[in-house]
Design a protein around this ligand. Structure first.
Ligand code: ZN
Length: 393
């Protein structure tokens, strides 16, 4: 006989379930004066507080809001060092000619396994305190067979959602032989990395990898059981989004520069458009138009892109606020995209919602409504976090 302890979270002023069949019938499935019952690591009941079944324990939410744990489906956390000087120069209008990603590659190669793992744990702790209960992270700062495989092994200690990004940039060791680097990525590097990853990603952009190179790399990954995701259309218009849809990638990430054909493809395919507002914020770049992407019928996710160069934030609430303020999303859309949208971008149905059967990942906000995540930007509103039924904050 197994015995588990049931816990009810009661007197929730506003509960975001992300199940449109519940509550007010909107995509957020909002239930007012709600309760959630957790049994072990799962949600077993959601509904109005007055109808909650008897449980072993109860936690009074005190008229606050509860949202699903955030699903951060795009980050680059296995790195060493930082790029403060580069950011400071960029924001001060001064030219800066250090190596960008290459700077981080050099620091990461020089770091020990323990240093890299401690860094991942540190940024994960930050994210958890801000309500992130699932995150994806990538390699991409090693760019040798050994350094890429090492990054993935370290990432896999912290999450199941691990992505091989050997094709982040052409390795500086292959500056004169990009075709040779593609051969390395699709050959020995893929062989060494595939056992440690679920996903394969390519930075498909002018100056990184072109359409043919990206297709070759992603197709090689598919043959090894890795599913594609693509860094697409960030710095300018390009083939990345359409390639992502062609290969049924789980996600096309950035989607800053889209034409009508890209929007049609996203609207018709099952590839999620993942918007990363921290990147536009941190580089003072033009914002993607989320209204246009949503209007095309695409599924939209929001994510941090946490990395030391172009978006050094681990905060999903910050990204929600930016998406509302600068990308034209409604607060409801932004919160859906940061939870259920992220789950869709990872092709997961067990997270990003608070419904019976889902993993019990919940964020109790120090606010009466989920809208406060955008309404009160920069304020630490996360009061408590449960992940898989355990209170972790
Ligand atoms: Zn990225």
């Amino acid at each position: 006989m197994t015995t588990t302890t049931t816990t009810a979270l009661t007197h929730i002023a506003n509960l975001v379930t992300n199940d449109p069949s519940l509550g007010d019938g909107t995509p957020l499935g909002l239930i007012r004066d709600a309760a959630v019952v957790i049994d072990g690591d799962r949600v077993v009941w959601t509904g109005e507080s007055s109808r909650a079944p008897a449980t072993d324990n109860a936690v009074d939410a005190g008229g606050r809001a509860v949202v699903p744990g955030f699903v951060d489906s795009h980050s680059h956390l296995v790195f060493a060092g930082d790029r403060t000087a580069e950011f400071n120069a960029r924001m001060s209008g001064r030219p800066y000619s250090a190596g960008g990603i290459r700077t981080t590659v050099a620091a990461t190669r020089a770091a020990s396994d323990d240093e890299l793992s401690a860094n991942v744990a540190r940024y994960l702790g930050e994210a958890l305190r801000q309500g992130t209960t699932t995150f994806e992270t990538k390699s991409g700062y090693g760019l040798t067979v050994e350094d890429e495989a090492r990054a993935l092994r370290i990432a896999a200690r912290h999450t199941d959602e691990v992505t091989f990004l050997g094709a982040h940039i052409v390795s500086p060791d292959y500056a004169d032989d990009p075709a040779g680097y593609v051969d390395l990525v699709t050959g020995p590097m893929l062989d060494a990395c595939a056992p440690h990853a679920r996903w394969i990603d390519v930075f498909c952009e002018r100056g990184a990898f072109d359409e043919d190179q990206a297709r070759t790399i992603l197709t090689a990954g598919l043959a090894k059981g890795l599913h594609p995701r693509v860094h697409a259309n960030q710095l300018g218009h390009g083939p990345g989004v359409r390639l992502a849809v062609e290969l049924d990638a789980a996600s096309a990430d950035h989607c800053t520069h889209l034409d009508d054909a890209d929007l049609d493809a996203l609207g018709q395919g099952s590839t999620v458009a993942t918007l990363l507002p921290g990147a536009e914020f941190s580089t003072r770049a033009a914002w993607p138009d989320a209204r246009r992407i949503l209007g095309a019928g695409a599924t939209v996710a929001l994510s941090t892109d946490c990395n030391p160069g172009s978006s050094f934030t681990s905060s999903m609430p910050f990204c929600v606020a930016l998406a509302v303020r600068d990308m034209g999303m409604t607060p409801d859309e932004a919160i859906w995209s940061a939870t259920a949208g992220g789950a869709a971008a990872l092709r997961r149905t067990d997270i990003g919602r608070i419904t019976p059967g889902a993993r019990a990942d919940l964020v109790l906000l120090d606010a009466p409504s989920h809208v406060h995540l955008a309404y009160r930007p920069g304020v630490p509103l996360v009061r408590a976090v449960w992940r898989a039924g355990a209170r972790v904050v």
